[in-house]
Design a protein around this ligand. Sequence first.
Ligand SMILES: [Zn+2]
Ligand SMILES: [Zn+2]
Length: 305
Amino acid sequence: MRTRSSELFCPAQLRIEDPPSSDALFNAFLSSLWVKEEAACSILYSAAIRHFLHWLDVHAIPVGTLDDQVVRRFEKHRCRCHGYSAQQAAYKTDQAARVRRFVRFLEDQGYIEVDDGIDDLPRHLNDYSDVIDSLQLAPGVAQGYRSEAEHIVAWLRIKRQSWADFDDAILDQYAVHGCRCPVWRKRGKLIASGAKRRRRGARRFVEFLRGRGVIPSVEPVSDDDPHMAAFLAWLKQHRGATDETIRRYRADIRRLIPMLGEPSQWDAAVLRRAFQQRSKETPGSASLLVTIIRSYIRFLVVQGI
Ligand SMILES: [Zn+2]
Ligand SMILES: [Zn+2]
């Protein structure tokens, strides 16, 4: 039985009529809830969303510009809203979750313009689900893959991150994010997921999209410098590094090499100077850079270079 909600994620054609009234948006949203949910939840949604709409109004924030930053501001606001300020802080998280669902609805309906960088995401999610079905995995495992595919889609949407730019750095962020993503299922919640499962699930869906040519494939990485080329090949073969990681390593090393000169002249003092200079240029990246260069030097030493 399918329990997916992937009829969403589909920005409809942008509505260009006069800005719809708060009531119109609110009623459209309520009618989008699943029938079973409607009776039980409409009161809760009603309170949260009317509060949100009121707050938007007070701050003159147009609906078309909403994103998660606005929802965060709302979540944190010290409430003095007329008629709402009695609400307890304990409800704030629940309230924000309902507001996030409302915002997703507005995106899906085209009241908020978003560009995921992919046309027709719902179709890809459906097809992906069929592929997962065809693998005849254990039901829990299959469900996990479907969940994570919807989850990464929802998360990228919240981040306003285009699919075309997906890389390992984005995957790392996704793996550890504090989840507030607006994903619902007709039965039960999105299965809570740890970093490892998120990573695996997202990778699989990304590979699926790359395989279909929906997002660009990653070119294999090489280099003109034979030492560097050998190092990159070693990273891939023996460390299982992905192409994105390899590309990042290469870029960082190449940026540093002009400050270092020939590998045979490298010593601790030369390296320290280069790191200091580099961390002045791009603060915050020094420790990763040290790790990368160390691994390159160790490789060169082992190779007898
Ligand atoms: Zn308020
Ligand atoms: Zn999440």
